[in-house]
Design a protein. Structure first.
Length: 362
């Protein structure tokens, strides 16, 4: 069984739902949220990401390469009960009352706990501002590029990160994703695109260490001095988070991935370029735990369960189980035919806690 030092996963990560009402309110979590990723579920609106290091109303969108923008009266931090939502109900807001069709707007909010507004970190050749939670293996890192290949940036985790997502906040560059499942520091994916991996050491000069990640000189991660970046770094924690890859089998009874805990949030990316291989997000809060067939897509504005204007439930299905997850209808969505690689991120809760007492699975 998977033993963990995290006996209550909802102290560090959770999913919350709410109806938009253009009224200031607290979206309640069991912790002070430091990274907030939100999406309108029932209409084609952007994925919006905020964090406590960049501060209130500083919005990035995972589905586009655009720079950070100020979205006034949307999200602010420092709320010990969760995250504060503002009154903005515009097209890029987080609390719009109605969809374009006039229905009640419904939202999902994924929240992670780091360490507040952050502090200076001088572990790398570039000084960074780091907000970190070493228990949960998550840090938010802000730094300014210098174009020097081999430059290093401190991430504060005290463990080797398995996933690093980097976005230039002052320019329109793609979201660059390092993932250990790709097997090489020279391989990366774009969070805002459906493309498969690209091989180029110009983004990550070498594998990350327990204290720093190493940059190339590409503009997506290390442009001219004065260009600011934000990086979201994740290290695996037994019974709470797992990052890796699985291989498709092309069958309706698809591949099983053992995580050692009950996943409550999974993001999958088939590592191919075919027009269908999006970043699929599943969670147990929006849909029933098994046969979860209502994905959202990190690289698309599409409402949940839809792709290309029509329901996607006939091909994008996944079982979220007590010890991992299983792909369904593997040959009919991004996993494609047998032998294709899918990389994943999963968060959940261990079956057995550090005190040898069964933990709450979800």
């Amino acid at each position: 069984m998977a033993y963990t030092t995290i006996n209550k996963s909802t102290d560090y990560f959770d999913t919350k739902l709410h109806n938009g009402n253009a009224t200031a309110k607290t979206l309640a979590y069991d912790f002070e949220v430091d990274m907030f990723w939100t999406k309108m579920r029932n209409d084609a609106y952007p994925h919006n990401v905020y964090d406590s290091v960049r501060g209130a109303d500083q919005q990035l969108r995972t589905n586009v390469s655009n720079s950070s923008r100020v979205a006034g009266n949307t999200v602010s931090f420092g709320n010990s009960s969760g995250v504060s939502l503002g009154t903005d109900s515009g097209n890029y807001g987080t609390n719009k009352t109605q969809t374009d069709g006039g229905s009640q707007a419904t939202y999902v909010g994924w929240g992670w706990k780091a360490g507040g507004t952050g502090s200076s970190n001088t572990d790398g050749t570039i000084t960074s501002t780091v907000s970190v939670n070493t228990t949960a293996g998550f840090s938010i890192v802000k730094y300014v590029g210098n174009t020097v290949a081999g430059a290093t940036v401190g991430h504060g985790l005290g463990a080797v990160p398995s996933v690093i997502m980097i976005k230039q906040t002052t320019g329109s560059t793609n979201w660059t994703v390092y993932h250990k499942g790709l097997g090489s520091h020279a391989k990366y994916l774009y969070l805002d695109a459906s493309n498969g991996e690209t091989t180029d050491s110009g983004n990550f000069d070498n594998v990350p260490t327990s204290s720093t990640f190493l940059l190339g000189s590409n503009s997506g991660v290390n442009a001219a001095s004065g260009s600011t970046y934000i990086a979201y770094c994740f290290a695996e924690k037994t019974g709470f988070s797992k990052f890796g890859k699985l291989i498709s089998n092309g069958n309706d009874s698809g591949s099983f991935c053992y995580t050692g805990f009950a996943p409550k949030w999974v993001m999958l990316k088939p590592n191919v370029t075919d027009g269908w291989s999006n970043w699929y997000i599943f969670d147990t809060t929006r849909d029933h735990p098994q046969l979860n067939d209502m994905p959202l897509y990190a690289n698309l504005t599409t409402q949940e369960g839809y792709y290309g204007g029509s329901p996607a439930s006939n091909y994008a299905q996944i079982d979220l189980l007590s010890n991992g997850f299983k792909i369904r209808r593997d040959g009919n969505w991004g996993g494609g035919s047998s032998g294709r690689e899918l990389i994943y991120m999963a968060f959940g809760q261990s079956i057995v806690g550090s005190n040898n007492v069964p933990a709450t699975a979800r």
